[in-house]
Design a protein around this ligand. Structure first.
Ligand code: HEC
Length: 200
């Protein structure tokens, strides 16, 4: 009996099976490797947050602090119309405004559930829940994927705490303040960072 055709079929089948399995393993390995090559969005947000925080601290300590000590100028809210320089909160908000004017779809701002001005309040349910969560547990930021105007974004909300007495005094005394019992260490709001994740 001639078994040659059967052998060919069996051999071909075995070869195809091995080829499919090898391709599958190769594809999985490649996908895994590519995954670890990408920067996770929560890490990207952590990098951006570190830069924002560092420039705000440098501005507060080395610019506002020094101008005050030298009696040269004060950080005041109405710095555009009066003789003074922006408050650290306004420095951050202004930088955020400049960044959002670039075509990067990246944005960041200071916000609170009890904002001095309504424009610093949460704009979505995710922001409201995130600000609430960092207010209750400031040990870590809150993050998640959101959709804004059809685009996919990663949003991270970092707690913003009253680190000095001046945060407490100014916010408790501000005519617009919705809360007047802040103490040092309290979470006063959060820094919301929004990063686009589906780039063209
Ligand atoms: C001299 C007054 C003053 C000081 C000091 C000050 N802030 Fe503010 N803060 C403001 C004003 C005014 C705004 C609103 C700015 C705007 O939207 O133009 C604001 C905004 C904020 C917001 C956004 C939510 C809101 O209330 O509108 C947070 C959060 C915040 N400040 C936290 C802090 C922290 C933390 C400190 C200390 C490190 C601090 N602030 C120091 C006056 C002050």
């Amino acid at each position: 009996m001639n078994n040659k055709p059967l052998l060919w079929v069996l051999g071909g089948g075995a070869f195809a099976f091995v080829a499919v399995v090898s391709y599958w393993i190769f594809a999985l390995t490649l996908a895994n490797q590519m995954k670890s090559d990408l920067l996770p969005p929560d890490k990207a947000a952590a990098y951006i947050h570190a830069v924002i925080e560092a420039s705000r601290t440098v501005y507060t300590e080395h610019v506002v602090g020094k101008l005050h000590q030298a009696g040269l100028a004060e950080a005041i809210e109405h710095w555009r119309d009066e003789n003074g320089v922006p408050l650290p909160a306004q420095f951050l908000l202004e930088s955020g405004r400049l960044v959002s004017q670039k075509n990067l779809k990246l944005s960041f701002r200071l916000a609170s559930l009890l904002p001095t001005y309504a424009w610093n309040g949460p704009t979505t349910d995710f922001e409201r829940k995130g600000l609430d969560a960092v207010g209750k547990d400031p040990s870590k930021p809150v993050g998640g994927f959101v959709r804004i105007d059809g685009g996919r974004y990663y949003q991270a909300i970092y707690p913003d705490r009253a680190v000095t007495q001046s945060c407490v005094t100014c916010h408790n005394q501000h005519p617009n303040s919705l809360r007047r019992d802040y103490k040092i260490g309290d979470v006063m709001g959060g820094i919301i960072i929004t990063i686009p994740i589906d780039l063209p």
